[in-house]
Design a binder for this molecule. Structure first.
Ligand SMILES: NC(=O)c1ccc[n+]([C@@H]2O[C@H](COP(=O)([O-])OP(=O)(O)OC[C@H]3O[C@@H](n4cnc5c(N)ncnc54)[C@H](O)[C@@H]3O)[C@@H](O)[C@H]2O)c1
Length: 319
């Protein structure tokens, strides 16, 4: 068996829905023993079925270091929450995005988890201070927010509450890196973390361009798909502009800032995404992709994503 970075690590996944089961793949692939627990009977077993179905595809794309059966054997469903937490050094909470659920689940996890375990939430948007403040072990609690699916998209936001210890942050970062992830580490919590703030800025402008009659949705999509996103799939915006002016990033700012400062005042008006503009956007999308073809397109997207993840992994090994 290959020497896997998390070979002697035990991880608990609490909530085995879409994200919990995807995290299980990510950690087990790196060698960890993963124990899942879900309060809804049957969900964790369905998660095992999902994992068993995905692993051969990952292997086919060169995204597994050892055979699918070996990775699957490292995943299991625990009969109780306490069993799932036994021996786990990291707990990845992935229950629904509802504040009172997170508060209740974290209370239970803080009571039952091993004393030295880090407890991380996959929450998309809840600040960690909102569901960990009252806990005795609040210094070990934080957010690790993935992009779906984490076994294909390495970025994961690590967000501390004001009381999260540096040790919990550093251990989480080391664990994520060992699992092949790319942690983005926040110095303090902020609504939307980093990625949703960036995505939100882009979406807001996309809606405004369509709402104000400057472009069709397809033209906006082309601008990203066949334009900006080609570079952004392997460089961030800062590296992009550093390479886009002969003298580097300062030269870029001095040459081109005026283009942007001229347009920012035009970018203040909020557009209601679900309002009048949606009456134009939705029919346009359904003309391009009829509802009946949606499932097929999801499969297409996942295959493309897998091929891109495989390509990026190969390129990183050569860099
Ligand atoms: N779906 C995404 O794209 C995405 C991306 C990043 C982060 N997240 C976040 O991940 C978390 C989970 O989202 P999801 O999409 O997997 O939801 P989901 O509904 O697919 O899964 C949630 C699971 O939690 C289980 N559950 C509910 N209460 C529980 C409890 N008390 N103890 C144990 N299990 C419990 C449910 O039975 C369900 O199986 C949310 O906080 C969400 O915001 C989701």
């Amino acid at each position: 068996m290959p020497d896997l970075p998390l070979a002697s690590t035990r991880i608990a996944i609490v909530g085995a829905g879409l994200i919990g089961r995807a995290w299980a793949i990510s950690f087990a692939r790196a060698g960890a023993t993963v124990q899942m627990w879900d309060q809804s009977p049957g969900t964790a077993a369905a998660a095992m079925e999902f994992i068993a179905g995905i692993l051969p595809e990952l292997e086919g794309n060169g995204l597994l270091a050892d055979p699918p059966q070996a990775v699957l054997a490292r995943c299991s469903v625990a009969p109780t929450l306490a069993e799932a937490l036994k021996g786990a050094v990291h707990v990845q909470e992935s229950t629904p995005e509802v504040l009172h659920t997170k508060i209740g689940v974290f209370r239970e996890l803080d009571e039952l988890a091993e004393p030295d375990a880090v407890i991380a939430s996959s929450t998309s948007a809840l600040l960690p201070s909102r569901f960990t403040e009252a806990l005795k072990g609040r210094a070990r609690c934080l957010v690790v927010h993935p992009i779906n699916p984490p076994y294909l998209i390495p970025a994961a936001e690590v967000v501390p509450a004001p009381w999260t210890s540096d040790e919990a942050m550093q251990r989480t970062i080391r664990l994520l890196v060992a699992a092949g992830h790319a942690p983005l580490v926040m110095k303090k919590e902020l609504d939307g973390f980093i990625m949703n703030r960036l995505q939100g800025a882009l979406l807001e402008e996309a809606f405004r361009l369509v709402a104000d009659g400057y472009a069709s949705i397809e033209d906006v999509d082309i601008g990203l798909r066949d334009g900006l996103a080609l570079r952004w799939s392997f460089m961030g915006p800062f590296e992009t502009i550093d390479l886009n002016a002969p003298g580097g990033i300062r030269d870029y700012a001095e040459r081109y800032q005026s283009i942007y400062s001229n347009i920012f005042p035009q970018m203040q008006r909020r557009v209601d995404w679900a309002g009048e503009v949606m009456d134009r956007i939705e029919p346009a999308r359904r003309a391009l992709l009829p509802s009946a073809k949606m499932k097929e397109r999801h499969v297409w997207r996942d295959k493309r994503l897998m091929a891109l993840a495989a390509h990026k992994r190969q390129m990183q090994q050569k860099d």
